[in-house]
Design a binder for this molecule. Structure first.
Ligand code: ADP
Ligand code: MG
Length: 246
């Protein structure tokens, strides 16, 4: 379980996060949504420990996320960012297996895991030797997802993983991701700015505005019972998309 308590984070005079208290449950998908610049990526990076909050605390599996345990806890997290963040000078396979090699996993174990992940993510094994520049956006994201899952993390963090894909590829990868989430039953935190995508994935939607949570609810309840006028506006602005796809 991930517990954020009263998290504040400022960049110069910009309040990126302004008192976020949030619990992300195991085996559930928590979707963080909100307008551009509302603090979604900052929130995810606070969970990874990549940046430290100015105030408040992060507890992961009952441990405070501090420098001492950061290294161990980071291995329990897979992190996927919008453009994939693959190392361009490494092949798909080298990207995926980098950490496992660093941790001196045996080749047999590595190969078995890669085979399993290629099947899971529907990534063609014959493309494992390709470099990121040779991959389509969708393929590159499948590689990023495999890399994030390689060490079998308890937590999977995804920051707009489908944001830069064209609609058809995006739709395909959405379906595959949803299957992956339900098969693996990890603690998934996914960031998006697309309400349609949020509804599709979420057990719980967390709508953020200006670094604060406006509403945190199951998708159905968010729609039935928007708690603020901002939530209502946000829903109405994106409603047309929802009718088309669902
Ligand atoms: P989102 O992911 O919701 O679009 P971010 O979390 O990236 O939003 O950013 C929240 C706010 O914090 C924005 O105003 C952004 O410009 C600012 N910000 C984020 N990271 C930095 C940084 N490293 N330095 C300065 N400002 C930042
Ligand atoms: Mg962002």
């Amino acid at each position: 379980m991930i517990i954020l308590e009263k998290i504040h984070k400022k960049f110069n005079d910009v309040k990126a996060l302004n008192g976020i208290t949030l619990t992300c449950e195991d085996a559930k998908t928590t979707v963080i949504i909100g307008p551009s610049g509302c603090g979604k990526s900052t929130l995810l990076r606070i969970i990874t420990g990549l940046i430290k909050p100015d105030a408040g605390q992060v507890k992961i599996y009952n441990q405070l996320l501090t420098g001492k345990i950061l290294y161990d806890i980071r291995r329990k997290m897979g992190y996927v960012i919008q453009d994939g963040g693959l190392f361009p000078h490494l092949t798909a396979l080298e990207n995926i297996t980098l950490m496992a090699k660093y941790l001196k996993w045996e080749d047999v174990k590595i190969n078995k895991r890669v085979k399993y992940l290629s099947d899971l993510t529907h990534y063609p094994e014959q493309f494992l030797g390709k470099y990121p520049v040779e991959l389509s956006g969708g393929q590159a994201q499948r590689v990023s997802i495999m890399r994030a899952l390689m060490l079998d993390p308890d937590i999977l963090l995804l920051d707009e993983p489908l944001g830069s894909l064209d609609p058809l590829i995006r739709f395909e990868l959405q379906k595959d991701l949803k299957n992956i989430f339900s098969e693996l039953k990890k603690n998934v935190v996914l960031v998006t700015h697309d309400l349609n995508e949020a509804v599709y994935f979420a057990d719980k939607i967390v709508l953020i505005k200006d670094g604060q949570i406006e509403q945190e609810d199951e998708p159905g309840k968010l729609f039935a019972n928007p708690k603020t006028s901002f939530v209502e506006k946000f829903i109405n602005a994106q409603r047309s998309h929802i009718n088309i796809v669902s």
